[in-house]
Design a protein around this ligand. Structure first.
Ligand SMILES: C[S@@+](CC[C@H](N)C(=O)[O-])C[C@H]1O[C@@H](n2cnc3c(N)ncnc32)[C@H](O)[C@@H]1O
Length: 229
């Protein structure tokens, strides 16, 4: 981590450079190069998604927080587990495609287990089916990152009666992805796999970095409960 925080213009340039990468592999390579400065750079963007997701989980989870086991998908450096720990949760397993992001998460000491998985290409381990009290994915369900089909694996890994918490951006370049995510979430509800607990639309999600947007972009937090089968 560099001693002096980056300026907003520099962070913007770093993120726009990642838009050149189109495959999941290229995106993960970008995160490998960003890992060391990620936490302080996203603070410059006023990135609140980990806090908003943790608040949503915390306000609906009524079980034993110390005993609960949570799967943090696309965990990055560990910002989501850090927030959830403040709400009394203590057992985290993390997966991410970027080894360098995982290394920072490992150094945080927050996770019992961390695994490198390229979502959309590699499946989650079969022994994780119906295994977790909560599955959470923050900042990774968006165009060019984790494909929409992966939400079925998130549901599979959740215990019946457990929660799946997901976030996505609602800004211009992610609208098509978001529409397809919304449609898949609805389809899974119609199939009786889960039920929607709440969807929170957030106006000031994070600072805009694209050329055609300024101020803040909007986003959403989804919370679903897996149904008993
Ligand atoms: C914006 S960061 C979010 C990290 C963390 N959840 C947070 O909120 O700070 C996106 C993360 O998703 C991971 N990622 C993106 N696409 C992925 C994929 N297809 N498979 C696995 N990880 C992926 C990146 O490596 C990165 O760590």
């Amino acid at each position: 981590m560099s001693a002096v925080p980056n300026t907003f213009e520099n962070v913007k340039a770093v993120i726009l450079s990642a838009h050149k990468g189109t495959t999941s592999k290229e995106k993960v390579d970008f995160y490998n190069s960003w890992a060391e400065n990620y936490d302080q750079d996203v603070a410059v963007l006023d990135y609140r998604a980990p806090c908003l997701a943790a608040n949503s989980i915390s306000s609906h989870f009524h079980g034993d927080r110390e005993a609960a086991v949570l799967l943090d998908v696309a965990c990055g450096t560990g910002l989501v587990a850090k927030q959830l720990k403040n709400h009394g949760f203590g057992h985290f397993v993390g997966v991410d495609g970027s080894e360098a992001m995982l290394e920072v998460a490992r150094e945080s000491g927050l996770y019992q287990d961390l695994k490198q998985v390229l979502l959309g290409e590699d499946p989650l381990p079969v022994q994780w089916e119906n295994a977790f009290d909560v599955v959470v994915i923050v900042g990774a369900l968006s165009v060019g990152q984790v494909p929409v089909c992966v939400v079925r694996d998130l549901c599979k890994s959740t215990k019946p009666g457990g929660y799946v918490c997901m976030t996505t951006r609602s800004n211009r370049d992610n609208l098509e992805y978001k529409a397809s995510l919304d449609s898949e979430l609805r389809q899974m509800e119609e199939e009786g796999l889960w039920t929607c607990v709440e969807v929170t639309q957030v106006k000031d999600w994070e600072k805009a970095v694209s050329e055609h947007e300024d101020g803040y972009i909007s986003g959403a937090v989804y919370l679903y409960e897996k149904l008993q089968v």
